[in-house]
Design a binder for this molecule. Sequence first.
Ligand SMILES: Cc1ncc(COP(=O)(O)O)c(C=O)c1O
Length: 391
Amino acid sequence: MQFADRLKNVETSAIRELFKLLGKPGIISFAGGFPDPALFDAEGIAQAAAAVLKDTPGPVLQYGATEGYGPLREQLSGFMANKGVKVAPEGLIVTTGSQQALDLIGKTMISPGDKVIVEAPTFLATIQCFRLYGADLIGAPIDADGVQVDVLERLIEEHKPKLVYLIPTFGNPSGATLSLERRKRILEIAARTRTLIVEDDPYCELYFGKPPPPSMLALSGEVPGSRDWLAHCGSMSKILSPGLRVGWLIAPPALLANATMCKQFSDAHTSNLTQATAAHYLTLNRLDGALAAVRKVYAERARVMAESLQRELGDAIGFNPPQGGMFFWARLNGGRDAAEFAQRAIEQLVAFVPGAPFYAAEPDRSTLRLSFATADLAKIEEGIARLGRAL
Ligand SMILES: Cc1ncc(COP(=O)(O)O)c(C=O)c1O
C-alpha cells in the first residue's frame, strides 16, 4: 500500500519496543507515563457520571458542539481563574486530551519545513506529532530551572521559528520547572519577536511542597502583548483521569477558530458524556481533597526514589530531585549508555526509559527517565536496588 509521504517523517517510537519487554513476570517498571489508577477518585467520577446521565441524558448522549460542552467550558473558565488566568468560556475549546490540542496546533500552524523549537529533552508524542506535519525541530537546552533562556533567545533570532513548544512545569521527561524570572523573559521575547509560544501544562497541580510559579498564561497579563503570542494546553488527565480524554486549549482567537475548524474534521467533538462528567465532578468539591491525596503519595514516592538512587547508584548517576510531576530525569556519569543500561536492567527485572528518544536532535545517550507514579514504596526501593545491580 502507498502511504502518505508525511509518514516518512516519523518512526514507531523506540519506547514502544521497550514496552514489549515489560510483560516479563516479576518486572518492576519505572518506564510508564501513567498516573496511579489507585488514586483515581472513582467514587466521585461515578457520582458525577450517574448525575449527568440522570439529569441531562439528552444532551450528554447527543452530538455536541465542536468547541466543547457549555457547562464544562464554564467550569474550566472558573478553574483557570483560580490559577490567575482570566479566560471567558468562549476563550477556550475542549479537546480530546491535551494530546489533541497539540495535534490541532500542529495541524493549524506547521507547514512542511517550518522550524519549531522544543526543549531538549521534550515530550516524545509532541516530537512525533509535529514531525508528522513536517516540522524541522530544533532543541533548546534545559537545566534545573527549565529551558535556558539566553540560548532560546538566540535560537529564536537565528531560526525565526513558527512556534516554540515548552512544558514549563514539572516537564515530561525532564521534571524541571521553569523559574518565574525565565517565564517572564520568555513572554517578553515572544512579544518582541512575535513568536508563538505553546505552553503545555498537564502537571502543574502535582506539586509536592509549595505550588510552582504561575503559568506563563497567568503571567502574560504582566507582559504587554505577550498573550497574543501564547497558546496554553491544559488537561484533566493528571488531575482527574486520563481515560476521560478531556483537555483544553486557550489561544488567541484566530488560532482557536482554526483549531476548532480542524477539530470538526477530526472528531467532531470530545465525548459529551465525559465532558459533562468532568464538569459535574468539578462542582462536587472533591477535587481539592483528591489532589491533596495524590500530591502526598507522589511526594513520598519521589522522596524514596531520590534516597534509593543515592544509596544504590551513588556517584554513578546525577539528577535534580523533581519538586512535582511524575518523573526523575537522570544522567549516568562516565559516558555510560542508558540504552545498554536499560537492557541490563531488564535482565535484573527492572525497567526505565532511556533518554535519547526524548531529544528532537543530538541526543544525550547517558540520560534516562524514571517514573515514580505507579510503584509503591517497597517496589521503588527494590527496583532501584535492582538498578544498582545492573550498573
Ligand atoms: C507533557 C505532556 N503533554 C501532553 C500529554 C497528553 O496528555 P493527555 O492527552 O492525556 O491530556 C502528556 C501525557 O503524558 C504529557 O506528558
